[in-house]
Design a protein around this ligand. Sequence first.
Ligand SMILES: *Cc1c(COP(=O)(O)O)cnc(C)c1O
Length: 404
Amino acid sequence: MTFETDTFDRWDLTPVINVSGTMTSIGASRVHPEVIQVVSNILGRFVSMDELQSRASGVIAKATGAEAGCVTGCSASAITQGVAAAITGCDLAAIEDLPDPGAHENRVVIQRAHMINYGAPVHQAIALAGAQVVPLGTSAQCETWHLRKALEQGCTAAVYVVSHHTVREGELPMNLFVSICHEYGVPVIADMASEYDLRGPIELGCDLAIYSGHKFLAGITSGIVAGRLDLVRATYLQHRGVGRTMKAGKESVAGAMAALELWALRDAAAVRASEQGIVKDWLFKLERVAGFECSLHEDWTGNPITRLKVVVDPEPAGLYAWELAERLASRSPKVILRDDLIEHGEFYLDPCNVDPEEAKLAASAIVEEVAEAKAKGNGLAVSWSEVKQQRVEGAVSWPTRQDA
Ligand SMILES: *Cc1c(COP(=O)(O)O)cnc(C)c1O
């Protein structure tokens, strides 16, 4: 057997042009070549994981301004292990007993507006640690008294999520949330998985801040935990407990360290200029498409990313936005749009994970699919409700009989 043939040919995989950003469902991000080098350098060797993680602590502390840090399997597992740390501290017996918290306090507060799904629900990641999730307020309103009332009843931790998925109308701002939690001696765990701001949450007083190594950082699959020394220590100790089922290997730890060091060295202005060039080219090509209303859109949570926003007027375009997304995803290469708001007839093109060549191919594919729908008159045929149901059917029928 030889593995010299191209991986995609060998297993008959369809290439993907990613204009959606950093989506874990299609492989998160293009891993930085130097991260690949570091990972391949460590994979064939042995290393003390305690020593490697203590070096990671230094790298994370430098990148975030925190006292300490450690690397987990991913951000979702970092949430579970960070919450577990708040419940058990360094009580080794309690660590082995989770998810049974025993006599330890286990209530964890989170604003309802932050109870998102990033592929799985955040409240499940909290509950996996043996915590009781205590939702605050309503979906678009959380007031100080909601938080105070819950804290008065006893809490072990509070989770604060920053994400384009949260409802930002009516949420408690991070600094106010942190200061109230601290009045009650309750640590705040900030889920910053896809946020570029590596220092803000620690500066604001968050006790732990969590980042994905495989999103904007362009590392391999990993979670990065930064924060207070005692909580980081207790987070790392969870590898003797619930963290074992979410194991971070030597490659994840070294990959995250390399990704953080490279992030500090990158020329952010040059990257931004090249991404803006791609978006301007998309705007130029797509604003001529009948039924498309194109504009530049700044990132929802303030990351320095400008995307192209396209609102599709179905009649002149000849198809619905979701039909376009489905058709693009069934081409080869697949073209994957950013589709968070597709049910509202809009989509976004994200320049973070495409090279200029792929960006051109993506724009041509969009123009072609719209032209074809119009020429054949086969658009405006599938409602959003039908697409939603088809997606459920697709999910529960994996793998198909032919695959198996
Ligand atoms: C992506 C994401 C996660 C999950 O991250 P993984 O590292 O893939 O587990 C958690 N929270 C938010 C806000 C995210 O965007």
